[in-house]
Design a protein around this ligand. Structure first.
Ligand code: 5AD
Length: 365
């Protein structure tokens, strides 16, 4: 464990907008203590409140397909999981999720799915433009994995505003331990740079406590986040899924996930930072603890109840009760109880330069 004063000095340095070296990051992460975490969370909350007050933005998550051509070792909807019950929502299904969500106060819809070839660029653009024309005041976020530059550009032109693509882990060797050889850290990162260039509000992120992850790996993740400077960062604990090669691996911890959330808030003060479903899954009150460590976004599930139980990336994923959009009131009450409030808003990134928008992805504009 690191001496409290040494850890505190590093946290103060971060809060001062100064950069940490790889060694400093790794030392801070591996040397953390409960006392140091408390200090970090207080500073992270101050920064969060300075920029976002006590507001919490909500995003309606529509998990529209669980078909996936990839075979990531950690993921329950990987191609080789023959036990997964596969489904695809129709365009009409998706539109009624949006309608329902709008009524509940959502102003961001997140279309998330596996890498499903059925959803060609043409089908995606059709769905995106339909949502765009029905709900002018809503943000459309996509989370459909790696696609060519041109596809990303077409989706943006069709009306998508934001894109979520976690880098999962920066280090190529560690990436190789979590993914089959057909996938690479370099390609994943290239996609992220492309998304930013096109003009998306871009979100990335990683799993905490994924198999064989080291403090050095997390240090590299922090350095990558600093460089990419994304608008959003989604992190959550790794949780094993029983039908994957990582079935017997231990989960990431609440404690380390919260520590990483606090660090991210201090390093990127204006970032949109969700308290994720995975965080709520590993511990009761996990998402509230996430908010108190600096998070400011929650992503309840808007998918139809009939399919919700099939989008299982990991075991015991929350998909009923408060997690579901219907439980929004319950969620609202829980957030009020810790002094925060869910707001009806698109909840755009404070970092996003509006003049950058809608350039069609041309370079040098
Ligand atoms: N545990 C935690 N998170 C997971 N994800 C996928 N599988 C798991 C798991 N077993 C995360 C990945 C992916 C996001 C959609 O869900 O980080 O990017």
């Amino acid at each position: 464990m690191m001496a409290f004063t040494d850890g505190k000095a590093l946290i103060d340095k971060l809060a001062d907008s100064r950069e940490l070296s790889r060694e400093e990051w790794a030392g801070l992460i591996s040397g953390r203590s409960p006392e140091l975490s408390e200090y970090l969370f207080e500073r992270a909350r101050d920064v969060r409140i300075r920029f976002y007050g006590h507001d919490i933005y909500i995003r309606g998550l529509i998990e529209f397909t669980n078909y996936c051509r990839n075979d990531c070792y950690y993921c329950g909807i990987r191609k080789s999981n023959a036990n997964a019950v596969r489904y695809r929502l129709t365009k009409d299904d998706i539109l009624s999720c949006c309608e329902n969500g709008y009524r509940l106060g959502f102003r961001t819809f997140v279309l998330q799915g596996g890498e499903d070839g059925w959803f060609t660029d043409e089908r995606m653009c059709d769905i995106i433009s339909e949502i765009r024309s029905c709900w002018h005041d809503c943000a459309i976020t996509l989370s459909v994995g790696e696609r060519p530059y041109e596809s990303y550009r077409l989706f943006y032109q069709a009306g998508a505003d934001r894109y979520l693509l976690r880098h999962e882990t920066f280090d190529a060797e560690h990436y190789g331990m979590l993914h089959p050889p057909s996938l690479s850290a370099a390609h994943r990162q290239e996609c992220l740079w492309n998304l930013k260039e096109i003009g998306y509000q871009t979100g990335t992120g990683f799993m905490v406590g994924s198999p064989r992850q080291t403090a050095q790996n997390l240090a590299d993740d922090m350095l990558f986040l600093k460089k990419l400077n994304p608008h959003m960062v989604g992190i959550g604990p790794f949780i094993p899924h029983h039908d994957t090669p990582f079935a017997d691996q231990p989960s990431g911890t609440l404690e380390l996930t919260l520590f990483m959330l606090g660090l991210i808030r201090l390093m990127l003060p204006k970032v949109l930072l969700p308290a994720t479903t995975a965080l709520g899954t590993i511990a009761d009150g996990g998402r509230e603890r996430g908010i108190l460590a600096g998070a400011n976004v929650i992503m309840p599930n808007l998918s139809p109840e009939t399919v919700r139980g099939n989008y299982l990336l990991y075991d015991n994923k929350l998909c009923t009760g408060d997690e579901a959009a219907e439980g929004c009131r319950g969620l609202s009450e829980r957030m009020n109880a810790i002094g925060y409030r869910i707001v009806v808003s698109r909840g755009d990134s404070l970092n996003h330069d509006k003049t950058e928008k809608r350039t069609g992805g041309r370079k040098n504009v």
